[in-house]
Design a binder for this molecule. Sequence first.
Ligand SMILES: [Zn+2]
Length: 255
Amino acid sequence: MLDGFELQDLTLYLTAILVLLVLWQYYQLQILSGRILAVDIFDRSGIRMYLYVAPDDDQTCEACASAHGRLFLPSHIAKKNFSPLTRTCTRTTPCNGVLPGLYGAWPEARGVLENLRKNFTKGGHQLSAEEVRALVNGQWERCISAATDRVSVYMIQAMVSERVDQEVSMEGYRFVVNEAKDVRHLMLLVPAYLRLTQLLIQAGEEAEALEIIELFERRFPQSKRGVHFPLEPQRDLMKAKKSLLMKNFPYRISA
Ligand SMILES: [Zn+2]
């Protein structure tokens, strides 16, 4: 039987666990409602660098395209008014550039991180399009950081493959749409939905494009708001694509 002292200990432990659970819940709510920037989480999640990538397509504006490959340390991202762009995006519906974080323990990534740490103080560090490709084509899957980096690597691969290999690109976006559940991945979701829809339409996969738009609408209900939620022009774009698809392929909708 437990004596008084042990019972007291046990109560203390249980109370501590309960307090932690409540705090954790509170923290989640704060993040989802946008009161804590997702950035606050990144610094605690083992992310060592961020890479800005813009989709390799004709719709990306010059300002976003020229920032493709820019690298940042978590300390840079945490600064007030941080932007990965040096000029403002010129599109009415913003381009779908993203800033995935990486732990980056595979050899190519370690080299990139080392260079970034050495060179950032000298005015920034930017990879060429070929270097971005080489980075995500490295042996990341064999590495200890594979689980941490998987969603980000798939997203980067999808973005850089839009012109050269649409299948790889669509697979990458599908993976992000299905698997991005951590808070640090949420901001990849809207660009992944938008790009995947566009690629499916281009590939003549109208039925799947409609499915993806409907998933998007369910995932981001009009009545809710959040930091990772789509902007109004992005919602409008998806609505326009949906009505066009429904007009052209009404027989697919009844399913
Ligand atoms: Zn842009």
